[in-house]
Design a protein around this ligand. Structure first.
Ligand SMILES: *Cc1c(COP(=O)(O)O)cnc(C)c1O
Length: 421
């Protein structure tokens, strides 16, 4: 497989249309469609189907973190905080990187607090890439990547993840041929949404080697860093930040956020760490996107990152997600899907081809009526017409970050559907 390139930016098109086109939302008649996530959630509401589409928890994070936020609100943390983030949160992020990964990060010059990981990704891409540059991502990819690369006017190139008996794995030959001397940024997501792959050290070393060879900056989206899921033998896949690989700390921006780790996806507090000159570049853009992010939530996230009780809560979340993954995977397999077991995140990809469905989007529209369950087609995470888009046409993403009783209901409905067929 070789990487495919989108056409160059055409200056006659307003940028928002480029964004709509890059995300597959520009309809043939020139109108802009709602995202498939909004469409599927509306369908779930309308039909009473169990919504395993959009990935957000149906239970909030730790009460102690909520109390810290409430305390900060009540005690006056309500005006503009410092642009780079409050010192306590920057120190907590630096301490987190040291404790978990042995990374030495300076809290004053090498940490920037952002409005979620989404803003950190956007600011990094806008800061580092423009017309004539290429930004390389894995494919499938988180949907905001294509949009922000289009906003930057850069070209989006991809390296495919392919379904194997060991889950989704990086195609190393295709990775190598996707790199060019115009590759300015490599945007890597591990643990990976939507495939649930946790990239191995050797896959990441291959990315690192090529990034060095082509003098590209690596930007890593590690929002699921703590949500690696135990395998059947009890071992837990290792999350490897690219910044920890030899020689990579100087060219890597590491991004994470509070949303997934602490089950507060609505808080939108994220951060980026890396060498001071790259963090300055991101900050220069970020300060004119949002200037600062939510003042009273920053002390609460600093508390969440440092409190041992919260760390234990996160471990329990990962353990319970492994059980919920097993429950949903068994239910999907029982219903006839071919399932790629995820090692991380809270998503599973399932192939509907064995059920006789060649098109995941068609199945997702029909599934509420057939089985009373909602998923999202993997085509929401691919470039229209790409090789990966073709290869994963019949695949659907389901989330298991829902209460166990909700998942049991979904599995029962899938079972009943299978029995009727
Ligand atoms: C949810 C998600 C994000 C967004 O994180 P926020 O902190 O909510 O902005 C970014 N990347 C991936 C892969 C995600 O799944």
């Amino acid at each position: 497989m070789t990487a495919r390139h989108l056409p160059e930016h055409s200056p006659a098109e307003p940028r928002w249309r480029e964004v709509a086109a890059a995300t597959g939302l520009l309809a043939g008649d020139g109108t802009v469609r709602a995202t498939i996530f909004a469409e599927m959630s509306a369908l779930a509401t309308r039909t009473g189907a169990v919504n395993l589409g959009q990935g957000f928890p149906d239970v909030d994070g730790p009460a102690s973190v909520l109390a810290a936020a409430a305390h900060a609100l009540a005690s006056g943390a309500n005006q503009y905080p410092p642009g780079p983030g409050i010192p306590e949160l920057r120190a907590a992020v630096a301490a987190h990187q040291a404790r978990h990964y042995g990374l030495d990060v300076d809290a004053d010059t090498e940490v920037l607090v952002t409005a979620g990981a989404t803003e950190a990704i956007a600011a990094a891409v806008l800061a580092l890439a423009g017309p004539g540059d290429e930004v390389l991502t894995l494919e499938p990819f988180y949907d905001s990547y294509a949009a922000v690369i289009a906003m930057a006017g850069a070209r989006h190139t991809t390296a495919p993840l392919v379904a194997t008996s060991d889950g989704f794995r990086l195609d190393l030959d295709a990775l190598e041929s996707a790199f060019t001397d115009r590759t300015r940024v490599v945007l890597v997501n591990t643990p990976h949404n939507p495939t649930g792959a946790v990239l191995t050290r050797s896959e990441l070393e291959a990315i690192a080697r090529l990034a060095v060879r082509h003098d590209a900056v690596v930007v890593t989206d590690e929002v699921y860093e703590h949500l690696t899921l135990a395998r059947a033998d009890g071992s837990r896949p290792e999350h490897v930040p690219v910044a920890t690989l030899p020689g990579m700390a100087g060219r890597t921006l590491t991004i994470s956020s509070a949303g997934k780790t602490f089950s507060f996806t609505g808080w939108k507090v994220g951060w980026v760490t890396g060498p001071a000159e790259l963090v300055v570049a991101v900050r220069t853009v970020k300060q004119f996107l949002t200037y600062v992010s939510a003042a009273p939530l920053q002390p609460a996230v600093a508390f969440a990152l440092t409190d041992p009780g919260v760390a234990a809560w996160v471990d329990e979340l990962a353990a319970s997600l492994a059980e919920r993954r097993d429950l949903l995977c068994a239910g999907l397999a029982d219903a006839g899907f071919a399932v790629a077991r995820p090692d991380g995140t809270y998503f599973v990809l399932a192939d509907a081809a064995p059920l006789g469905f060649a098109d995941g989007a068609e199945l997702c529209h029909a599934l509420p009526g057939l089985a009373g369950v909602v998923g999202v087609p993997v085509s929401a995470f691919t470039r229209p017409g790409s090789d990966v888009d073709g290869a994963l046409r019949s695949w659907v993403r389901f989330t298991f970050v829902k209460r166990e009783d909700v998942l049991v209901e979904a599995v029962d409905r899938l079972h009943a559907w299978a029995a009727r067929r």
